[in-house]
Design a protein around this ligand. Structure first.
Ligand code: ARG
Length: 459
């Protein structure tokens, strides 16, 4: 296959070198973006008098024809071409003849690929935002229905203080809300159009870069031509945001796996999102959660890969940058699939509320509240902490919870205990008295839910 750049070459490229260099196998994903970018470019060329209106019309209808044929399957993007840009240009020339040879006026593949990748990434960010929105809605439904579903809150994976399922899920809601914000920030920062940067130093043609930027929905053209063709920061930022999303999903999956274990039995994962064992008939495994946790490594890998690719590159374009695509596409696909599946799995989770409450009841999650009770009776906190410590030893030895002790037993350790201790350390009181902003009390959570609904409604 003749190359776009074949003019100064007297020999065919070595077959293996050609394959090594080619990117069509993966950059064919940029096909629609390449067509869109090329159309905006030629419209601008005509407007600036660089090509005629007839040439422009012929190129646009040629490009539309190629798009229609690829979309219908009549034409396939094959490895006969070096990359998607060569595929489009060669097909255009085949179709419309000489006018097609003018499409690339004032443009290089360097600014072309920079544009295509930004268009792809920009659309993918919008899709990812929508996925996060769906996840936030799903979490909010669980939160709304579980403001009085008591469960133990943990530190060091040891029972610490009682919370509610709503409060626990709201912690993740906050994480994904920040993830949403990160995607918006990245979108705004990357939404500048590199076309017109040429190979690196702009061009001598009187291009209207503002027109192309506007046509393609960018905020403005990029400000430096060398930076325009060399910048992959936006992709690195996006991979970093995807890595953080995956880290959040992975932590959540880890908890669902623990909660789904035979020892906890807090949740049941729906059959539709579980798998069985080929040998152990009793098994129902949380594979979707485990795979999501596992795939996190892949997305981190993409981030590390691109950071490393970019770290030693002199300005401006270097072919190393072609390595951005496969890892970035893989990370976008992976994070997208994980978000979709995770949301569907959470939407169908069922909660064993009695088991959760019973677990919160055990393990001295109300010990802090018992100490606070004594503080209310005038005991200094440090002494109260010591007294409850003794009660915990007593209860441990006698296999009971604090509230199982009779008043007599409690008073043997401190005379400050009275009959009102039982109400003061009930699960409901422990949760409902935690009225600090951001705390689990039902009244606080109701306010939280109203503002969370408001947030989701506006995005
Ligand atoms: N496939 C190339 C890439 O992804 C397109 C740009 C080629 N530019 C060049 N000067 N060889 O980076």
């Amino acid at each position: 296959m003749a190359q776009l750049w074949g003019g100064r070459f007297t020999k065919e490229t070595d077959k293996k070198a050609y394959d090594f260099n080619a990117s069509i196998g993966f950059d064919k994903r940029l096909f629609h973006d390449d067509i869109e970018g090329s159309k905006a470019h030629v419209m601008m060329l005509a407007k600036c008098g660089i090509i005629t209106d007839e040439e422009k019309d012929s190129i646009i209808s040629g490009l539309d024809g190629i798009k229609a044929d690829v979309d219908s399957g009549k034409l396939s993007i094959t490895s006969e071409y070096e990359d998607v840009h060569s595929f489009v240009e060669a097909n255009l020339i085949d179709r419309i003849g000489d006018a097609g040879k003018k499409m690339h006026t004032g443009r290089s593949r360097n600014d072309q690929v920079a544009l295509d990748m930004r268009l792809y990434c920009r659309r993918n960010i919008s899709e990812m935002r929508l996925r996060i929105k769906k996840l936030l809605e799903c979490l909010l439904n669980v939160i709304e229905n579980n403001t009085d579903t008591y469960m133990p809150g943990f530190t060091h994976l040891q029972k610490a203080q009682p919370v509610t399922l709503a409060h626990h899920f709201a912690a993740y809601f906050e994480m994904f809300k920040r993830d949403y914000g990160r995607l918006c920030d990245i979108f705004d920062r990357m939404n500048y159009c590199p076309l017109g940067a040429g190979a690196l130093a702009g061009t001598t043609y009187p291009l209207d870069r503002d027109m192309v930027a506007k046509e393609l929905g960018f905020t403005a053209p990029t400000a430096n031509s060398m930076d325009s063709v060399s910048d992959r920061d936006y992709l690195i930022e996006y991979l970093s945001a995807l890595s953080i999303i995956m880290m959040h999903l992975s932590r959540f999956c880890e908890e669902i796996i623990i909660w789904n274990s035979n020892e906890y039995r807090f949740v049941n994962i729906d059959d539709a999102f579980s798998t069985g064992s080929s040998i152990m008939p009793q098994k129902k495994n949380p594979d979707i959660a485990e795979l999501t946790r596992g795939k996190t490594g892949r997305v981190y890998g993409a981030l590390m890969s691109l950071l490393t690719t970019m770290k030693g590159l002199p300005l401006a374009y270097n072919k190393d940058m072609q390595e951005d695509k496969e890892v970035a596409f893989d990370a976008m696909d992976t994070a997208g699939d994980c978000l979709d599946l995770f949301t569907a799995m959470v939407a169908t989770l069922t909660f064993n509320k009695d088991i959760m409450a019973e677990s919160a009841q055990k393990g001295f999650t109300n010990a802090t509240d018992a100490a606070d009770y004594l503080v209310g009776k005038g005991v200094p906190f440090r002494d109260a902490h010591g007294i409850i410590g003794q009660i915990v030893i007593y209860c441990d030895t006698n296999s009971k919870s604090i509230e199982d002790c009779t008043l007599d037993e409690l008073q043997k350790i401190s005379l400050y205990f009275d009959n009102d201790i039982y109400d003061a350390i009930s699960l409901k009181t422990c949760v409902d008295k935690r009225l600090t902003k951001g705390g689990p009390a039902e009244t606080v959570m109701r306010e939280y839910i109203a503002s969370a609904r408001d947030f989701v409604g506006k995005i």
